[in-house]
Design a protein around this ligand. Sequence first.
Ligand code: PHE
Length: 357
Amino acid sequence: MENLRNKYIEAIAAANDEAALETVRLAALGKKGEVSLKMRELGQMSPEERQVAGPALNELKNEILSAVSAKKEALEDSILNERLKSEWLDVTLPSRERPSGTIHPISQVTEEVISIFAGMDFSVAEGPRIETDWYNFDALNIPSYHPARAEMDTFYMSRSENDDRAPNVLRTHTSPVQIRTMENSGAPVRVICPGGVYRADYDQTHTPMFHQVEGLAIDKSLSMANLKWVLEEFVKAYFEVSDVELRFRASHFPFTEPSAEVDIRCSWDKGQLKVGEGDDWLEILGSGMVHPKVLQAGNIDPNLWQGFAFGMGIDRIAMLKYGVPDLRAFFDSDLRWLRHYGFSALDQPNLHAGLSK
Ligand code: PHE
């Protein structure tokens, strides 16, 4: 009995996986196991012998069973420990870099412009890119015989055969949003209108689709002086310089009177633009006092109200600020270019934290 106990307790201790343990269990307690066979011999014993051997065998059987189940638990524990050791996860590791999109410079600059003008209480207005010729031309004092229509390289939509209405156009500038804003909200007005515009033109500085931002302010006593101040504040904030000099050059637009093109003082050093100092001038926008006929078209009484308007190329000021030499690259969708010139989605333009990093 003592030998049997030692033999199996040792074998159980030595089993190093569940299969080996099961083999040991069967060798002792299986149908033909050594302990089971011994138990069967009890029948041939005398009652006295049986009284001693019976309980002893039972105790041995229980001892082996509990040794097996203790060992089984220990094996399971060690398997779990192995797994915990090999399959652990370091949750403090930085995540794997994933290719992510960037904010297009045009979107970024649009947000910069909006945030600067928002600081001067301008809100944002938008209009459709497909316009009637009335909004794009007539309402802006550009009648059909006006040479400005021909100069604009307009894309015309087509009408169905029996429809004699003048064709719609892809808007050639953001100025039609002036009219829509006046119609919708009346005076006073203080808005900027950013968005895409279209002209049939294609070279290093022209693409058939580009972006403008229109400015419109109407009140009782606004003048060119207010226009100049607003533009100076804008240019300083946008180019992140403390001083700028603006030059108003007399010009002509049918929808403003008087009209001026605005240049900013700058210098070019090895292709690098410096705004605010130098001997060069950089044209950045067209502007003027809103023409009385335009106010009328927007249902605003020109005897009571007056205001200024300006129109600026977003793509152009983006090229200037971020050193993009060819406008066409903006719209090529070349991933290498987009990754290089694009902005992080977290880089929100903000006047207090700096416009962009
Ligand atoms: N609409 C003009 C253009 O596209 C710009 C402009 C807007 C000029 C408002 C004066 C006033 O060239």
